[in-house]
Design a protein around this ligand. Structure first.
Ligand SMILES: Cc1cc2nc3c(=O)[nH]c(=O)nc-3n(C[C@H](O)[C@H](O)[C@H](O)COP(=O)(O)OP(=O)(O)OC[C@H]3O[C@@H](n4cnc5c(N)ncnc54)[C@H](O)[C@@H]3O)c2cc1C
Length: 506
């Protein structure tokens, strides 16, 4: 290995994900500083028949990010700037009714830092997940989503991907009708421009299995404010509103970002629910003092470092307390009204969750009856867990709504999607076993597990992957084309059946 690669790498290092349930000691952990470093690492790996993989912030609970050979920490690649529109097609520069904006963000920048820099430019992401700890490339690679039935998830805000692939070659990948005018294309480092739907929509959500993304062009929007309202209700009322169609048509489709949370346990015969409605405010309204601060109680409790450790200890000796504490939490997050910058309002968490929260999450079509059926199956299982093993779940169930995605392996591919999440506090007794039971029930009901969350029940059930992703064959073909020597695969890709020939029954 040459001196440059030695100088940007370490050996005998153990990499752990944020929740520390996934760890690996790769042959070498690299900290590339330029795309050329990445190309160099890829060529070295190919010469030595080794695999290469980039990690983001390690915020996937599944082992999607690990490699036993070469692992690339992308933290040194985090610059962001607006792109020069002179090489774009006229329709990409401006819509008849509005200006269009794009930024090129290096792969290792976190969503938090990107938001900060966009803010300085007077711009913003249209949507994001509930937290901002992920890197942009990690977030799009597992199809990270927030909520908003007409709003894009991460992959669907991407217009071009910059990828270092087999042989260390550089590509700029866009859909067939991509924003770049091929006649005006000038590459910074010899990138080949590919404008092809199958390649773009395959690479968008590919868990690092088609090369190392070193930068991403996002379409962004002028900065905007969101008004958030949280209302408390109960499951019976919400269930009726779901079944009558009122909730989807008059709430989910009316406000830009809507989600709800429900206590899986009934307290005094009632499952408490909190409905979060967020609407984009036009212009720059004046903010009253009490609308400027996000719910103070949840902000403080969500960020006190030792609180979850104490809570986990307490809930392990008094497990029944979980039932009422979920109601208490939901009540505590109630805001009168909060008005804030988009990224502050869409952020729905505290820093505590990143070390202590784990979850399994499932995608369904937006079918109110199905949503009701699954939520009520979760209620039944939550009670059964108590009866069978005195096991208690430690969080509410969030439900979010997302626009159909064009990315072939997005869990929202081709349909408006409802995501039903089952978060837990890690290290409460029965944590992973509870998630195993829910996975069995919900996968058998057609729920598609989130790639980055706890999804171990997917391993070896390859028919599920095949059934859920109609464009899997195209994805596999593109993968073979871009990675002919299998340099970018890992055990997760194999275990989930993504490499298998769709005709195979194994
Ligand atoms: C507290 C918490 C809250 C969460 N909230 C949400 C949520 O609201 N919505 C949601 O959908 N998900 C959520 N998730 C899941 C999380 O967004 C995803 O798992 C996301 O992929 C993590 O991003 P990361 O940067 O940590 O990437 P990692 O977990 O480090 O990596 C994810 C995948 O991306 C690949 N990858 C990373 N960088 C590159 C690159 N440069 N080139 C090629 N491949 C790359 C990795 O190899 C891996 O396959 C949450 C997770 C946590 C811990």
């Amino acid at each position: 290995m040459d001196q440059r690669l030695i100088s940007i790498s370490r050996t005998r290092k153990t990499w752990k994900n944020a929740t520390r349930n996934v760890m690996v000691s790769p042959l070498r952990l690299f900290f590339p500083e330029t795309p050329e470093d990445i190309a160099h690492i890829i060529r070295d790996a190919e010469t030595n028949h080794l695999c290469v993989r980039a990690v983001g912030s390690g915020h996937s609970f599944s082992p999607v990010a690990i490699s036993h050979d070469y692992l690339l920490n992308m933290r040194n690649l985090r610059k962001v700037h607006q792109i020069d529109k002179s090489s774009l097609k006229p329709e990409a520069r401006a819509h008849p009714d509005f200006e269009r904006y794009y930024v090129k963000a290096e792969a290792g920048i976190t969503v938090k830092e990107l938001n900060r820099q966009l803010d300085n430019m007077g711009l913003a992401l249209r949507n994001m997940g509930a937290v901002n700890f992920q890197t942009v490339s990690g977030a799009l690679s597992t199809a990270t989503h927030g909520s908003g039935i007409a709003q894009p998830a991460f992959p669907d805000m991407v217009r071009s991907l910059y990828v270092a692939g087999a042989d260390g070659k550089f590509f700029q990948i866009e859909p067939a009708d991509g924003i770049t005018d091929p006649g005006k294309f000038s590459s910074e480092r010899g990138e080949q421009l590919i404008q092809d739907d199958d390649i773009f929509y395959s690479v968008l959500v590919s868990f690092g299995a088609m090369g190392i993304i070193y930068a991403v062009n996002f379409e962004v929007v002028p900065e905007f404010l969101i008004k958030e309202m949280r209302e408390m209700t109960d499951w019976n009322t919400l269930k009726q509103q779901l079944i009558s169609g009122h909730f989807i048509e008059k709430v989910v489709r009316k406000y830009e970002y809507v989600s709800f949370r429900v206590n899986p346990y009934a307290v005094n015969g009632r499952h408490l629910c909190a409905v979060v409605k967020q609407e984009i405010l036009p212009g720059k309204p004046k903010l009253s003092l009490n609308s400027r601060f996000k719910n103070l109680k949840s902000s403080i409790f969500g960020n006190i470092p030792l609180l979850p450790t104490f809570l986990i200890w307490y809930l392990n000796i008094r497990p029944k307390a979980a039932i009422k504490s979920i109601d208490g939490f939901l009540e505590g997050t109630k805001d009168k009204v909060f008005i804030g910058k988009s990224h502050r309002t869409l952020y729905q968490s505290g820093t505590n969750i990143k070390r202590h929260g784990i979850s399994s999450e499932f995608a369904f079509p937006v079918d109110p009856e199905k949503i009701v059926e699954i939520i009520e199956k979760i209620f039944v299982q939550a009670e059964k867990n108590i009866r069978d093993g005195n096991l208690y779940q430690t969080s509410h169930i969030p439900v979010r709504f997302v626009q159909a995605s064009k990315a072939y392996l997005s869990t929202a591919y081709g349909r408006e999607t409802a995501y039903i999440d089952i978060p837990l506090l890690q290290k409460t007794i029965g944590d992973y076993e509870i998630l195993d039971r829910y996975q069995d029930i919900i996968i058998s009901e057609g729920g598609i597990p989130h790639w980055g969350k706890i999804n171990n029940r997917l391993y070896s059930k390859h028919d599920i992957t095949r059934k859920n992703f109609p464009e899997l064959t195209k994805w596999q073909k593109v993968r073979r084309q871009l990675d002919p020597r299998d340099t970018f695969i890992n055990a997760f890709i194999e275990k989930t059946g993504l490499l298998k020939d769709p005709g195979s029954t194994v």
